[in-house]
Design a protein around this ligand. Structure first.
Ligand SMILES: [Zn+2]
Length: 328
């Protein structure tokens, strides 16, 4: 019998009654149909209870949900009726694999940070805003969830850096002040769009990590811009032209895009780079939040070179008098 304080969740059993029907073919009756044939006047309440049973709530949570309108004893007897008829069951679920995974993460982090539990709490409560193409932000957010991030806001942008939402740039203008950390994954966005996000984050003193999946065989993670203290996206763009080993490919790729413009080719880095860039983005955010090591993308970028199978860091120094961060 169901106890009011039971921790087990209630779920509708996956059983059906097979009954003959007039057409000669057997008819399959679901649990919901069964109660209408056995419960008489109780059927309305039972039907509503069944709608509320979702495999996650226990008896107490269900009782709380209905208590304003129905007496607690009636609810308990209704639940017991459903249990006795075998229409629902109580299930104690084992600890979720995510919870076990996070436990392992806490244990492992304890080698590197003094208070791993507090670090995990920081990760869970940090409001992250991810900006990028729909498929990219979807994958990154599931990767982040596996690392304990519990508050992720996703802002989809279509290729070219055009806002896909009706309110255009005003949408993101409203979201940035609410975020604790911003990630922008650029895939063929215009530099202007990235500059605007850079500026917005600087104005609101929000840390922002840039990543780039725009050019052929390499991916870029960084810079991580934290206030005006270190190099920003505009510093990076100014330095990129002169300093980066990737600059040659960057230029070649621009030519490739021009020559292939009408060919229906999808532009951007090769797909195989996306997961590596995702993982490094997550590790960089974790290192910033938990301080298990210094982020490698402050005043620098991490380059993933697919063809040489190398990951290396390039320094990105703050530009004196940078138009974006110099005045802050
Ligand atoms: Zn700057």
């Amino acid at each position: 019998m169901a106890e009011n304080n039971s921790v087990a969740a209630l779920r509708i059993k996956d059983i059906y009654e097979v009954v003959p029907s007039s057409g000669g073919f057997p008819h399959v009756r679901s649990g919901e149909e069964i109660i209408f044939t056995v419960a008489g006047e109780k059927a309305v309440l039972l039907g509503r209870l069944l709608e509320a049973i979702d495999g996650k709530k226990n008896v107490k949570q269900l009782a709380d949900e209905f208590q304003d309108e129905t007496n607690l004893t009636v609810i308990e007897s209704a639940i017991n009726f459903l249990l006795s008829k075998g229409i629902i069951e109580e299930v104690v679920f084992p600890e979720s694999s995510l919870a076990l995974h996070l436990k392992q993460q806490i244990k492992y982090l304890s080698h590197y940070v003094a208070e791993p539990e507090a670090a995990i709490e920081t990760i869970a409560s940090t409001k992250c805003l991810i900006v990028g193409e729909q498929s990219i932000i979807k994958r990154l957010s599931s990767d982040m969830t596996l690392h304990g991030f519990a508050s992720i806001d996703k802002h989809a942008v279509i290729s070219g850096g055009n806002e896909s939402e009706e309110d255009g740039f005003d949408g993101i203008r409203a979201k940035v002040p609410l975020a604790d950390f911003v990630v922008l994954i650029n895939r063929n966005f215009s530099s202007d769009y990235c500059f605007e996000i850079n500026q917005l984050c600087l104005e609101h003193c929000k840390p922002v990590l840039f990543a780039d999946l725009s050019s052929g065989g390499h991916g870029v993670i960084g810079p991580l811009c934290v206030g005006g203290q270190c190099s920003c996206y505009m510093c990076y763009q100014s330095r990129l032209l002169a300093n980066s080993k990737t600059h040659r490919e960057h230029l070649d790729y621009e030519v490739f895009k021009k020559t292939q413009a009408s060919s229906g080719v999808s532009f951007g880095s090769l797909k195989s780079l996306e997961h590596i860039v995702d993982s490094l983005v997550v590790v960089e955010i974790l290192s910033y939040l938990t301080k298990f090591r210094a982020p490698r993308t402050i005043d620098g970028t991490l380059i993933v070179d697919l063809f040489q199978t190398e990951i290396y860091r390039e320094p990105v120094l703050k530009m004196p008098g940078c138009r974006a961060c110099g005045a802050i």
